[in-house]
Design a protein around this ligand. Sequence first.
Ligand code: MRU
Length: 374
Amino acid sequence: MSEFQSKIKTIEWVKTQTGGHSLMVDQTKIPYAFEKVEIKTLKSMYDAIKTMIVRGAPAIGIAGAHGCALFALELLSKYAPTEDLWQNITHVTTENLDENKRNSFFEELEDGFNYLNSSRPTAVNLSWAIGEQKKVVENSKNLALKDVCVNLINNAIKLENEDIEINKKIGDFGADVVPKGAGILTHCNAGALATVGYGTALGVVRSAFARDNTIKVFADETRPRGQGAKITTFELIKDGIPVTLITDGMCSYFMRNKMIDMVVVGADRIAANGDTANKIGTSTVAIAAKYYNIPFYVAAPKSTIDLSIKSGNDIIIELRDEDEVTMVNGKRICAEGVNIINPSFDITDNTLIAGIITEYGIFKPENLKNIENC
Ligand code: MRU
């Protein structure tokens, strides 16, 4: 394992006496700088997700879990301040706080969780992780407020650690379908920096490279925000995995010239029928891959699969600021007055997907519902 890959934790909880805070890689700075920022409040977590300091579905999920714990700590200092959160954990209600105040704490907490959930709409991991924290609150309703905070922090740390383990399993299942010496095309960034570590699509690449160091990656630049050019190439170069950067319109050229043997991408939300929302441009790659008979795989954890929705038609697509399209490096690249529509994700039809690589194995889209019992 390379130094970068073994050390990087895109987002982690830092424990302190009063509870702690979230520490995350600022992805808006990559590849120019590799810096971490401390996030200490619900509002700053909302902004970090919205402005894409943290991005990528699984990383956003953990950011959501951290944000819930941060807000509980903010409310604790308002309702029942404590000097040392980790002392005298009782697991029963011991505090001398009237019932109305306890109820207000829980009401405000719920409002804060819902506010955080509204920061980005497409990646289901955010609402999944906040849902996991809501369960913790539900099971902690009879505890002292500080114990509620302890439980939320511990659950956030648990989800954080599980994410890396899940990605390694995805990587190992995925490596089984990578042909020897393959050229692998990926779109956007579904690497260590889109998760807590290791990555989903790039987890497959990492596991495959560990078995066969003759594989090579083609990375789409991923307009408008350039996650492929800025982040995927950064990660792969650090890990010594050969990577060629191509622009988004080039994939057909490389497919026709037999330089691509498979495609693997991440996902932001997968419907019960396997339709997959991922970064804008993904479905174009999938359509080209089908034409050239190249297998197209999606790599994602179970938490990205939303069995509550039947098809991709039910997935809300985030529309982002028009500046992302009109401006490059702070300079306008088009005439004033032009119309802009900037959808951040598109839906890849299930008929284009050879398999969905999860921590429980590889599912054909038509069998995806079976993951419910895993
Ligand atoms: O808008 P982003 O950068 O958060 O979008 C990320 C993607 O589309 C990724 O490819 C997807 O989340 C998978 S992340 C493992």
